[in-house]
Design a binder for this molecule. Sequence first.
Ligand code: UDP
Length: 326
Amino acid sequence: MKILVTGGAGFIGSHLVEQLLKQNHSVITIDDLSNGKKSFLYTVMDHPNHQFIQGSVLETDILKQAIKGCDVVFHLAAVLGVKNTVENPLKVIEGNIDGTRSVLEAAYLNKTKVIFTSTSEVYGKNDNLPFHEDSLRVLGPTTTSRWCYATAKALDEHMCFAYAQKGLPVIVVRYFNAYGPRATSTQYGGVVPKFITAALQGKPITVYGSGEQTRCFTYVEDTVLGTMGCLNPNVKNQVFNIGINEEISINKLAQQIKLISGSQSSIVHIPYEKALGKGYEDTVHRVPDIIKASELLSFQPKISLEDGLKKTISWYKRQMKEQEGD
Ligand code: UDP
């Protein structure tokens, strides 16, 4: 197939592009390099079936040109990260809504199937676990910018299904805490890169709140596996949870990262208010129900948290060595 990947130089996007090329698809990557890095595509930059375009999904002429003749577009370009959500809500709203609208419109004109990457954040504070795809979304007030990312992504999902109603095949995947090589903390703000970086530098590992909140950290190879399942031509106009259902508290995550990396770092707790500003509300637990993805996409996560953390920590160690050598 001929496939366009928006945000293909980002953390998940670059892994997806590699896998698509391995499966002999022809791939066009479009990325404005605001978060992504060309170096993330170093294994595929010169691949004969790969074309890289530096550009934004908001540049409609570039996008329309790139999507011509594509069977599928994976839309990963997004503005994300808790820090962005709290500090730069307008950028989050515009980037996610205008970008997705632009991709859907271009895809509609070209009859290209859209696989839109959304987030488990859309379930918000729902405490009825595990989340299945039609679980309720429980979000806080609009006066708290913390909810703007979840809201923007949910509106994007609505847009996808509005286009589906006009005949465009779409799939929405909701990612659950993807981590792995290339998830750098400045880029994404995720807890795993932050803890690993601190552990390897011997700096304190800072846990927000009690640390008893839990997540299901999903190794990027598994995230990509679930995403690729959406190429199945028989599947369309559906939402899927893509994640592992191995739940761990942030306290235990900190201990495990410290242990695997052989670090002497201390583990310290700081209040949410100090870390993320007044009024920040964290999601306490987040667990996916993946029965639907397993049945329709044959999705079965393969990498345990322990193995995934080992691989990720090794990658970080190599990165740090390379940087020291520069
Ligand atoms: N967290 C933490 N220390 C950090 C960064 C995050 O304790 O330095 C916590 C955060 O409060 C949340 C969890 O780790 O409970 C996962 O945070 P992340 O930003 O990775 O993703 P989220 O699931 O909140 O979108």
